[in-house]
Design a protein around this ligand. Structure first.
Ligand code: NOJ
Ligand code: CA
Length: 694
């Protein structure tokens, strides 16, 4: 296997290699296999007969990715179009890395970053200028996957026209994906064999025939278009190829994908390969591929839970705009702030607090003001009131996709927030095509990606945390900018208020932890306590109340919103206690059990105490068993576990409010209900939550 490929590599070096020394160097470098630190993954990269870069990957000696494409077609500043053939390999360099770094916040406090790196240094003569072009391809092998990126080392400006990265599978995988045309990535994920795929958004989740799980995505996307993937069948094989989100000019879609000022490194392309789901969700390849924290002192960044004036608008009880049913009034907000203070909730969001919502609701075309509250929202008073109770106000900036206008307002808007002690903002871009400084562009184009990064950087300057709705798909940028707390880019709870299809099926939240959530935190907004929907009676949350509690542990977000109205929380104060208690910043997280689309049980340990929280959700009724040994509880200590679970007759449709709260005493040495496990019944669309303290 690998050896033949290396011979092949050497045959393509042509006569260009002038000295014996260089040849000897390359021979040595090429003949050493390139493997991950523990040797389970091996990658061979070479040039084929056309001088086009290709790679293949083996896992435990078995081929996973057959020879697949690498490279780009691009135009240089001299007007040359550089195709993906005729490259020559001039040298190969290797490196390795092993460190543990601490997250500012996250699912885990400490992350190991251990990989081996190999770089192919390629050159190609550029006849028009009698010069030589350089392109490096950097590979990293981790024990749970691999990654690579393209690096332009020369000084120039480059227009990327196409990227040729592809993944040819040795076995046909099952793929979970959403179609690439999905607005804001708000779709249900579907599972289908690779051969049935069309063009899909990145990321995707895979299950190979031998039971291996996989995940393909990109990391460190800061100044490049989002990648998408499409089915291609070179020589009858099954491949996924890369389609970069294009630039537009007016209504015309251009071939141009990225305008680069080089030297430049593209985002990483990465593939996770793990033997089971537990290690799939535990993979930290994406975060490891991002740059370390760029904020000197991130101590002002604090994960928070919040409630807000929000669900009432989606349920059409309130309006964003001013009028008889205005949601964001001083009175409502005061009630929410009071409730937050009394129930250990850090912050309150108010949507519809500022001028401009008439435009959003189609009444006129006024532009939003990010510094002018509606007259019935007394921000000065509310800021003082919130301060006096130690509660934060989360600001809201809906832009209706007018990113260019928002950029003009950024500094004043963030200064205004700072002056009113607001340290978090939810941003929004509701428009199929956003308007940037570059005209009408897709939000996941390079232009959109640049805009989002500008907002994150400006927010950091003013010590503001971001919850970005209608984003470009997250790629782990929160490692570099930990004030980028959470994003939407998910079919969230709001769809259960107004979706004409009746709301998301119970399987949706059992799919997300293995798909979208692997791209980073999501503002799903769990916590509905009232399932009636008089406005669209056919539409509702397909969940029991206990399922809603379970989501606070299952779906990770460092800004975690409990979405329902406070009068609904007041109906079930004993259940709301879990929302008051549950943190949103973790020391460690373990997937205890799960199957994609069927059920999911997570255990997470609080970052600021030794307490554990466990949450589970299911599509259909099932009994799960929790194995205490996984948590490594202190054998000397006694623990108290409060279990919030579905009653035996609970059912999302017929009886969603039927629950039971049990207090259990346990120690690491006390078997519960036999062996070391505790069996818990989860109803149809049900779930559970548990807090373990000592
Ligand atoms: C869409 C967002 O996802 C939602 O949360 C928000 O309420 C509306 N836009 C209005 O900004
Ligand atoms: Ca949305």
């Amino acid at each position: 296997m690998p050896a033949s490929n290396l011979t092949f590599t050497m045959m393509t070096l042509h006569s260009k290699l002038s000295t014996i020394t260089v040849l000897a160097l390359l021979l040595t470098a090429c003949h050493r296999p390139f493997t991950s630190p523990s040797g389970n993954i091996e990658l061979n990269a070479s040039l084929n007969e056309q001088g086009t870069p290709v790679y293949e990957v083996y896992k435990n000696g078995q081929p996973v990715i057959l020879p697949s494409g690498l490279g780009l077609t691009f135009a240089t500043s001299h007007g040359d179009t550089v195709d993906n053939t005729g490259w020559q390999l001039t040298s190969i360099s290797r490196d390795k890395h092993n460190e543990i770094w601490e997250t500012v916040w996250g699912e885990e406090q400490f992350i190991r970053n251990r990989y081996r790196e190999l770089t192919l240094h390629l050159t190609k003569p550029l006849h028009s200028t009698l010069s030589t072009l350089h392109l490096n391809i950097v590979f990293r092998l981790f024990d749970d996957g691999f990654a690579f990126r393209y690096v332009f080392p020369d000084n120039d400006t480059v227009t990327v026209l196409d990227e040729h990265t592809s993944y040819t599978f040795a076995q046909e995988p099952q793929v979970w994906s959403i179609p690439w045309r999905t607005e804001y990535y708000e779709a249900l994920w579907t599972k289908q064999p690779l051969s049935r795929l069309d063009t899909v958004c990145s990321p995707i989740t895979l299950e190979l025939a031998d039971g291996t799980y996989g995940f393909i995505h990109e990391a460190a996307l800061t100044d490049y278009p989002c990648q998408n993937l499409y089915l291609s069948t070179p020589q009858g094989s099954l491949s996924l190829s890369t389609f970069l989100t294009p630039w537009r000019k007016g209504r015309q879609v251009l071939r141009d994908k990225a305008y680069l000022r080089t030297p430049f490194a593209t985002p990483w392309r990465f593939v996770i390969l793990t033997p089971d789901l537990r290690s799939l969700v535990a993979s930290r390849i994406m975060l490891n591929l991002n740059e370390p924290c760029a904020i000197d002192d991130p101590s002002w960044i604090r994960p928070m839970k919040f409630i807000g004036i929000w669900w009432g608008m989606h349920m059409k009880n309130w309006t964003w705009r001013q009028g008889p049913n205005h949601g964001a009034t001083t009175e409502h907000m005061k009630d929410y702030i009071t409730f937050a203070a009394e129930h250990h909730i850090d912050a309150v969001l108010a949507e519809g607090w500022n001028l401009g919502w008439e435009g959003y609701e189609g009444i006129n075309h006024d532009r939003f003001s990010f510094v002018t509250p509606y007259p019935d929202y007394d921000l000065e008073y509310l800021s003082r009131y919130a301060d006096s109770l130690g509660v934060q106000i989360v600001c809201h900036h809906e832009t209706s996709g007018r990113a260019n206008e928002y950029e003009l307002d950024l500094d004043t808007a963030y200064q205004f927030m700072q002056a009113h002690h607001m340290h978090a903002v939810k941003t929004g871009y509701v428009a199929p095509i956003i308007t940037t400084n570059d005209g009408h562009q897709l939000n996941r184009s390079q232009s959109g990606v640049r805009h989002y990064r500008k907002v994150i950087e400006t927010a950091a300057k003013y010590h503001v945390m971001i919850d970005n709705h209608e984003p470009a798909m997250p790629t782990g940028l929160q490692r570099t900018y930990p004030n980028l707390m959470t994003q939407e880019g998910i079919r969230g709870q709001e769809w259960n208020a107004w979706s004409q299809d009746g709301g998301s099926p119970a399987s949706h939240v059992c799919t997300l932890p293995f798909t979208r959530m692997l791209a980073g935190p999501a503002d799903y907004t769990p916590g509905v306590f009232n399932f009636a929907n008089p406005i669209i009676p056919g539409t509702r949350v397909h969940s029991t109340l206990m399922n809603q509690l379970g989501l606070f542990v299952v779906l990770y977000s460092p800004l975690q919103m409990a979405c329902d109205k406070i009068e609904n929380y007041a109906l079930y104060p004993d259940a709301f206690q879990f929302i008051s208690d549950v943190p949103c910043d973790w020391k460690q997280s373990i997937l205890l059990d799960g199957q994609i689309g069927e059920y999911c049980v997570f255990a997470r340990q609080d970052r600021n105490s030794d307490d554990w929280y466990i949450g589970g959700v299911t599509n259909e009724p099932r009994t799960i068993t929790i194995d205490w040994t996984t948590l490594h509880l202190d054998p000397e200590a006694n623990y108290e576990a409060i279990l919030y679970r579905d009653a035996d007759d609970a059912d999302w449709q017929a009886n969603p409010y039927a629950y039971q709260i049990d207090t259990l005493l346990l120690s690491a040495n006390t078997p519960l209900q036999g062996a070391w496990g505790l069996s818990i019944y989860l109803a149809n669309g049900g779930g559970f939550a548990m807090r373990i303290t000592h």
